[in-house]
Design a protein around this ligand. Structure first.
Ligand SMILES: Cc1ncc(COP(=O)(O)O)c(C=O)c1O
Length: 475
C-alpha cells in the first residue's frame, strides 16, 4: 500500500519563487529607506481580515504572502533611518540573513549534542563579548530574547547566590528612578515585593548617587533587611546616563553585594574603541545584560546575559529528566538548557556571528560610533535654533530637548512639545520620542541608525521647530 504523506509545504519551485519575492521586496524597501514614512497605519478592515481564523483549504502562497507583507509593513518602522523614538532597531540585512539561516536549519540550542556548530558559535561569542566587557577568564552566560530576560536571568542567579531561602522575604535590591522598568519587573517575578525594591537617589546627571545609595543600604540593614544586589545601568533609556560603575563596584565589594549592570542599551559602546572607556568598571560586575537587537544592529529577539562566573547560572537553572539524557553535556561545558529559563532555544547568536563575520570588528565599531556623532549633531542643531533648549546633552547617542519660547506657560509648552512629536511622526518624516525630564515634556532622540545622516538630524530639528511655531501660533 502506498501512503500519501500530507505535505508541510508547497513545491520546491513555488517555495523558491516565494523566497525570491520576499528578498526582492525587502531589498527594494531597504533601498527606498528614508523615502518611506516612519509610520504606516493599517485600516481596521485589513486588521480584522488578518485576525480571521485560517481557511479550511489552503490559499495560494502568493496571495498569503502578499497579505503578510501588507500586514508586516504597518505600524512604526523602527529601522527607518529617521526613527529616533524609543530604542530604534536598525537591523542589518546581515542579521536577516543569519536569522533566516538559523531558522532554516532550525537547530536546538538547548544541548550541545543537538547543535555542535551553533553551540560553538554561541559559546565563542559569549567568550568574546565577556572579554570585551573586561570580565575575567571563567565568565560566561547565554543568549536570550532580549534585555528583559537577560535582567531576569542575571537577577535570578543573584538572588540564589546571595540569599538563603529563609532570607528571601528580607532581601532588598537597589535601582534608581532611571533604571529600566524591566529590572523591577524581573525582581517582582523572582519574588520581591515593591517594598523590597529600593530606589537610590541620582545626581544632577541622572546617575546613581553612590553616597546616597550607601545611606539607603545602611538604613535597610539597620531595619533588619538583607541588601543583596545593586542594579546599575550603563546607558539609561531616557538620557543615556551611565551610573558610576567603578564606585558602585567598590561599594558592592565593601558591602558584599552582587553588582548587576543593565547594559541592554549601552554595553555596545564597548565595541567602539573611541567610546569603550565610558563604561570603565563594567568588567567588575557580577552580571551584565547586553542587547544585540539594539545597538548591534540585530533583528528582535537577540540579547545576552553575561556572568562574571559562568558556574553561577547552573545552580538556579539546571534541570534533569530521564527523557533528556540523550542530550547530556559534552565535555566540561554545561548545556545551555542548564543555564537559563528555556529548554528549547533557537540559534539566536548565529545572526550576530554572521553580521560580525561580514562587517568585521572595525565595521561594527564604526557603525556604533556613528550614533555618538549623530546625537552630537542633533544637540548642536538644537543649540543653534532659537527658543529651543537642550534638556539632556548628547550621551551614548541620546539627546533630549524642548521648545521653550519666552512667555509660554509651562503646561502649554509641554502640550506643544508633545503635539509636535506626534505631528512629525504622523507626517511621516521622522519619529522622535516625547518623554518627561524633571517633570516636563522633553523630546528625545536616540540616534543609533547607521543609515541616518547629520543632514537628517538637522532637518528633523528644523521641521520640529516649524511645527512647534505653527502650534504656538494656533494657541
Ligand atoms: C536599559 C534597558 N534595559 C532593558 C531593556 C529591555 O530590553 P528588551 O526590550 O530587549 O527586553 C531596555 C529596552 O529598551 C533598555 O533600554
Amino acid at each position: 500500500m502506498t501512503r500519501s504523506v500530507p505535505p508541510l509545504g508547497p513545491s520546491p519551485d513555488e517555495l523558491a519563487a516565494a523566497f525570491a519575492r520576499l528578498v526582492e521586496t525587502a531589498l527594494e524597501r531597504a533601498e527606498r529607506g528614508g523615502e518611506a514614512p516612519v509610520i504606516r497605519q493599517a485600516d481596521p478592515e485589513t486588521l480584522a481580515a488578518l485576525a480571521a481564523p485560517p481557511p479550511a483549504a489552503g490559499r495560494a502562497l502568493d496571495e498569503a504572502l502578499a497579505r503578510l507583507d501588507a500586514a508586516l509593513s504597518s505600524g512604526m518602522n523602527t529601522d527607518h533611518p529617521r526613527f529616533f523614538a524609543f530604542i530604534p532597531s536598525p537591523a542589518s540585512p546581515l542579521s536577516w540573513l543569519g536569522e533566516l539561516a538559523a531558522s532554516i536549519h532550525n537547530q536546538h540550542l538547548g544541548a550541545a549534542r543537538q547543535s555542535e556548530g551553533a553551540t560553538a558559535i554561541e559559546r565563542g561569542l559569549i567568550r568574546w563579548l565577556a572579554g570585551e566587557a573586561g570580565m575575567p577568564e571563567g565568565a560566561g552566560g547565554l543568549f536570550v530574547s532580549g534585555g528583559s530576560i537577560a535582567n531576569l536571568t542575571a537577577l535570578t542567579a543573584a538572588r540564589d547566590q546571595m540569599l538563603v531561602e529563609d532570607e528571601r522575604a528580607q532581601g532588598t535590591a537597589y535601582v534608581t528612578a532611571e533604571t529600566h522598568a524591566s529590572v523591577a519587573k524581573a525582581l517582582r517575578i523572582i519574588g520581591l515585593t515593591d517594598r523590597q525594591i529600593r530606589v537610590a537617589p541620582v545626581d544632577g546627571e541622572r546617575r546613581m548617587d553612590v553616597a546616597g545609595l550607601a545611606r539607603v543600604i545602611a538604613e535597610d540593614r539597620a531595619a533588619g533587611l538583607k541588601p543583596f544586589v545593586v542594579a546599575a545601568t550603563a546607558g539609561t533609556t531616557n538620557t543615556g546616563a551611565i551610573d558610576p560603575l567603578p564606585e558602585i563596584a567598590d561599594l558592592c565589594e565593601r558591602e558584599g553585594l552582587w553588582m548587576h549592570v543593565d547594559g541592554a542599551y549601552g554595553a555596545s559602546a564597548l565595541l567602539s574603541p573611541a567610546h569603550r572607556d565610558l563604561l570603565e568598571g563594567v568588567g567588575r560586575a557580577d552580571s551584565l545584560s547586553w542587547d544585540a537587537h539594539k545597538w548591534l544592529f540585530q533583528t528582535y529577539g537577540c540579547g545576552v546575559a553575561l556572568l562574571r562566573d559562568a558556574s553561577l547560572l547552573a545552580p538556579s537553572f539546571s534541570l534533569s529528566a530521564d527523557y533528556l539524557r540523550d542530550g547530556d553535556a559534552v565535555g566540561a561545558d554545561p548545556n545551555f538548557w542548564d543555564l537559563g529559563p528555556e529548554l528549547t532555544r533557537s540559534a539566536r547568536a548565529v545572526r550576530l556571528w554572521l553580521t560580525l563575520q561580514a562587517m568585521g570588528r572595525d565595521g561594527m565599531a564604526a557603525a556604533i560610533a556613528h550614533g555618538f556623532a549623530l546625537a552630537e549633531a542633533t544637540e548642536r542643531a538644537v543649540r543653534e535654533t532659537p527658543d529651543w533648549l537642550v534638556a539632556s546633552p548628547a550621551r551614548m547617542a541620546i539627546t533630549a530637548f524642548r521648545y521653550v519660547p519666552e512667555g509660554l506657560a509651562t503646561d502649554t509648552a509641554d502640550a506643544i512639545n508633545a503635539a509636535a512629536a506626534r505631528r512629525l511622526m504622523e507626517e511621516g518624516y521622522a519619529a522622535v520620542g516625547a518623554t518627561r525630564l524633571d517633570g516636563r515634556v522633553a523630546l528625545r532622540v536616540c540616534a543609533i541608525n547607521p543609515r541616518a545622516t547629520e543632514t537628517d538630524m538637522r532637518e528633523t530639528i528644523r521641521r520640529l521647530d516649524g511645527i512647534a511655531r505653527d502650534l504656538r501660533g494656533a494657541v
